[in-house]
Design a protein around this ligand. Structure first.
Ligand code: NAG
Ligand code: NAG
Ligand code: NAG
Length: 423
């Protein structure tokens, strides 16, 4: 009733209870400032390694920095180690099971996290440890950890990241310290998910642990916690993937704009500029790793290129059409002037004298005229054909390009979709 860890009346009567804690502190030497006894290696007289138990719970994911390839998490680390110098008998000390004592009075293992870039104490560096009567010491730390984590952003934003947190003693070898997990995997997973607070961009999938040994000059025992987190992709789908897809659709639709080419051109250039804004956003998020280009980068870049190529095509078609139009206008003016001449020529003969010879010469003249006219007509037809062929070439290019464009787009999108979304 007086205090937790204080025990049942079966151990002792009331008067003894009042002094039990003081007695215990004296017994453990905690009342003395000179506590050399407490600071020494807890099992100095044996040669067996010390088993240290570690538990890790991830309580929130604060930040995932893709550019810096680092993960910032809020974790709770429980470390438990034996200290045979700090044992006591329950019956002698009124059944007191645990004592809170200042941390700096005791030997503590130097367990560090190898991936750590920066470690801060989440709330406050706990100044105390818990001592249990069976000779074990427990330290509970709430840490804000920034760790290096190599991320694979190939499938961004549909990606799942695995980040390691490696616990290892910085000085003690495997012959002195062996690390073990305290709780089993299902419990850690369950408890972490229960403690997990932030419903942010990342979802905690699982925490797994494994053992490893690091061979340097000396062997170090390692306990590796692997945190698996999954990104919620909705934000990026809304912000980047869907808009870029619609830009592509609009680009296809712009083939059917039925005006002169300049409108089309300015429309397409506007689309191109919009996509370059998306690329700018992306370049702020993704790191410039040379390993594997993220699919989203390929997607945006390919759409950018497709629209760019279609702009080039529009320019080509416009050029051909303009050239055709110029030729046709030249042609029509020339034919009009030619016809005028013909009319004049035809008007002239009836005014001439009706002599037979002259009539003969007139028929010859007429025949010549007809031949010339025939030649002119064939020439005109040829010219018209060249003019016709220019516009029809432009039209054929336009249609063929549209077909190729549609096929390319469909194939590209389906292949990309298969690679990108694994389910
Ligand atoms: C309590 O127990 C101690 C011995 O354990 C004894 O000396 C003392 O007299 C007891 N006190 C009472 C009030 O019973
Ligand atoms: C993380 O740990 C696992 C073993 O649990 C190991 O296979 C993997 O290579 C480690 N990853 C990194 C980046 O060190
Ligand atoms: C990690 O643990 C979870 C749940 O305990 C399990 O489903 C998953 O397969 C494990 N992953 C690895 C890589 O061992």
């Amino acid at each position: 009733l007086i205090c937790t860890g204080w025990s049942d009346a079966q151990y002792c009567n009331y008067s003894k209870q009042l002094t039990a804690k003081k007695d215990l502190f004296e017994h453990l030497g905690l009342d003395k400032n000179d506590s050399q006894n407490n600071r020494m290696w807890p099992i100095i007289f044996t040669f067996t390694p010390l088993y240290i138990f570690v538990d890790l719970y991830v309580t929130s994911i604060i930040n995932v920095d893709e550019k810096a390839q680092s993960l910032t998490t809020q974790v709770e680390v429980l470390t438990e180690w034996p200290n045979w110098n700090m044992e006591w008998d329950l019956n002698t000390f009124c059944g007191i099971r645990k004592v809170v004592a200042p941390k700096n009075m005791f030997w503590a293992p130097d367990i560090g996290i190898m991936e750590s870039i920066r470690t801060e104490f989440g709330t406050k560096d706990s100044p105390n440890v818990l001592l249990f009567h069976y000779g074990r010491t427990v330290s509970v730390d709430s840490l804000s950890l920034t760790t290096a984590c190599k991320m694979d952003l190939y499938r961004f934003p549909f990606d799942t990241q695995r980040c390691n947190l490696t616990f290892q003693s910085t000085a003690y070898s495997m012959q002195e310290i062996i690390l073990r997990q305290m709780s089993d995997q299902p419990f850690i997973n369950h408890f972490s998910k229960e403690l997990f607070q932030a419903e942010g961009e990342w979802e905690l999938l699982s925490i797994n642990y494994s053992k490893n040994t690091l061979f340097r000059d000396i062997e170090f025992d390692q306990l590796i916690y692997q945190i698996t987190i999954k990104r919620r992709p909705l934000l990026y789908v809304i912000n980047i993937i869907v808009p870029v897809f619609f830009f592509l659709l609009l680009d296809v639709a712009s083939f059917f704009i039925d005006t002169n080419g300049e409108d089309k051109l300015s429309f397409k250039v506007t689309l191109l500029l919009s996509i370059s804004v998306m690329l700018l956003i992306l370049s702020n998020t993704l790191p410039s790793t040379a390993e594997k280009i993220p699919l989203i980068g390929i997607y945006c870049c390919a759409v950018f290129c497709l629209i760019g190529i279609s702009i080039v095509e529009i320019i080509l078609v416009n050029y051909l059409k303009a050239k055709g139009a110029k030729k046709s206008s030249v042609e029509t003016t020339s034919t009009v002037s030619g016809q005028d001449g013909d009319i004049k020529n035809q008007q002239n003969p009836p005014d001439s004298v009706r002599d037979q010879n002259e009539e003969q010469s007139y028929t010859i003249e007429l025949l010549k005229q007809i031949i010339i006219e025939c030649q002119a007509a064939t020439q005109r037809k040829q010219r018209q054909r060249t003019f016709l062929s220019l516009t029809s070439v432009a039209r054929i290019i336009d249609v063929a390009f549209l077909v190729i464009y549609l096929i390319t787009t469909t194939v590209f999108l389906s292949v990309l979709g298969k690679l990108w979304i694994p389910y």
